[in-house]
Design a protein around this ligand. Sequence first.
Ligand code: MN
Length: 168
Amino acid sequence: MKFLTAVALLLVLVMLEASAQSRAEPAAATTTAAAQQITRAGTQASIVASPAHFTGQPPRIDPLWPANHDINATGDLVTFEPGAHSDWHTHPAGQYLVVESGVGLTQQWGKPVQVIRPGDVVWCPPGVKHWHGATPTTAVTILTITGTVDGKNVIWMEKVTDAQNHDH
Ligand code: MN
């Protein structure tokens, strides 16, 4: 009888242990489902923007990340040569600009041209008409973080006139 009691106790202990392990498994699976990802420098080719929407040399774009379902915004480093700038445009979900190097220009429709320098952060709200680019004599590299709606992140409009560009 003592032997049977001991066997019964052992069975209970084994079942408790198995139960504890099965409870622990979902947590372990959750922590390994998503992994940190490092995209190494030099693994994403530079591209040149379409000349259709720019004055001067079209900018070089160094893609950083695409929009995804967690953060629905693209990240790119955009470099304008002296005298080059975008056409007027809007962004359906807005855009942040962070000047990385050089000196650039940006302008909101109906407002004066603004000189932007490294460290400056510009927020362009959704639908606000604007342009951005280099100064006539200096290049500029801008980190652009642009929200997307249905895969679209920009709506292009007319060319910037010289009169608008020199309003500063
Ligand atoms: Mn923009």
